[in-house]
Design a binder for this molecule. Structure first.
Ligand code: ADP
Length: 317
């Protein structure tokens, strides 16, 4: 509890500005851009999300992420005759697509960059967003400006790098604190089609699916971002290819997947977050059988809300 209290105090005195690097680039896409073109921009720039800008009203118009492309795929599957229209859709039509397939609307939650980091975290967890745009008001024009986007990944990295004195106190094991999900796990096989896995992600509202063999041994992990190369250039037919084929499209410098065991301690998880590019951790047993999955949101939720303190803390918007 002392370690957690230290982390919470840290998150209350730091702001989102503190998390940003000294120098960074930000790619913002105009809402009038064709969805197909936005996909190319993602691939060319190696990015997986971008804020949208409504240039008619000079307003922030939400955040584009791989989930939106997954929604377009769902739309294409439900209305196959619409394929020619799908090609013509602009980013501003994403709302209509979401309405047509009955999913939650595009994420528009944002936070001011000088608010406490704790607030950015709790807003993300509350809205189930994995990243949140930092939106400020320009003093001169009084209009919104998008400063950057921070992700759960970046925040956990920031915590792990700067608070070793607190994280090193978190000696309980994953099993003891029940970190992650262990029941009703969504899994897939190498031979399943990408489309089947996309459906699993939509139905369970998750961003990754462990790939297992017939004995439940973990072979890999299919992530929402793995869908992007499959729909490059509007080639939706590639969604019929197998998970194995899609995983072969990963960049050469792909770091691999991270695993842990239920007897590993939370401080060692923070050590891994400090040293590597971890987005989620697959929990396995001695023989590599799948036991569970720990998402970054599971870790962040534990840090913010575990125990009685903070459980009810939702700052005013
Ligand atoms: P994040 O919100 O960090 O991107 P996910 O969307 O993957 O993570 O996970 C959301 C919740 O669903 C977490 O509590 C996580 O433990 C759980 N979860 C993640 N993947 C799976 C899966 N394949 N099967 C069942 N539950 C999962």
């Amino acid at each position: 509890m002392q370690g957690l209290k230290g982390l919470r105090d840290f998150l209350r005195v730091r702001t989102s500005y503190d998390v940003l690097p000294l120098s960074f680039r930000l790619i913002i896409l105009d809402n009038d851009l064709l969805i197909r073109k936005s996909l190319n921009i993602f691939i060319q720039n190696g990015i997986v999300s971008a804020p949208l800008w409504d240039s008619h009203n000079s307003r922030f118009a939400g955040l584009l992420t791989s989930t939106d492309y997954i929604n377009v795929i769902q739309y294409y599957c439900q209305f196959p005759n619409e394929i020619d229209n799908v090609e013509k859709f602009r980013l501003s039509s994403l709302r209509d697509i979401e309405k047509a397939i009955g999913v939650l609307p595009l994420e528009t939650v944002s936070v001011h960059p000088s608010r406490p980091l704790y607030e950015a975290c709790s807003r993300m967890l509350r809205s189930r967003a994995r990243r949140i745009p930092l939106v400020d008001i320009d003093d001169e024009t009084g209009r919104e400006t998008v400063v950057s986007v921070i992700t759960q990944y970046r925040i956990l990295k920031f915590i792990a790098v700067n608070t070793e004195q607190h994280t090193s106190l978190l000696k309980q094991t994953i099993r003891e604190i029940g970190l992650g999900s262990y029941r009703n796990l969504a899994t897939c096989r190498m031979t399943d089609s990408v489309l089947e896995v996309v459906n699993l992600m939509v139905v369970h509202n998750i961003s990754s699916v462990p790939v297992v063999d017939k004995n439940n041994v973990v072979l890999n992990l299919f992530e929402a971002v793995d869908v992007i190369p499959c729909i490059k250039g509007g080639a939706y037919d590639e969604l019929k290819s197998t998970v194995g084929e899609a995983l072969a499209k990963r960049p050469e410098d792909f770091p691999g997947i991270y695993t842990c065991q239920e007897d590993d301690r939370l401080d060692s998880i923070f050590q891994t977050v400090r040293q590597s590019r971890v987005h989620r951790i697959v929990v396995i047993d001695d023989k590599w059988h799948l036991r569970g999955i720990i998402s970054l949101s599971d870790i962040l939720k534990y840090v913010l809300f575990h125990g009685d303190e903070g459980e009810q803390y939702f700052p005013p918007s």
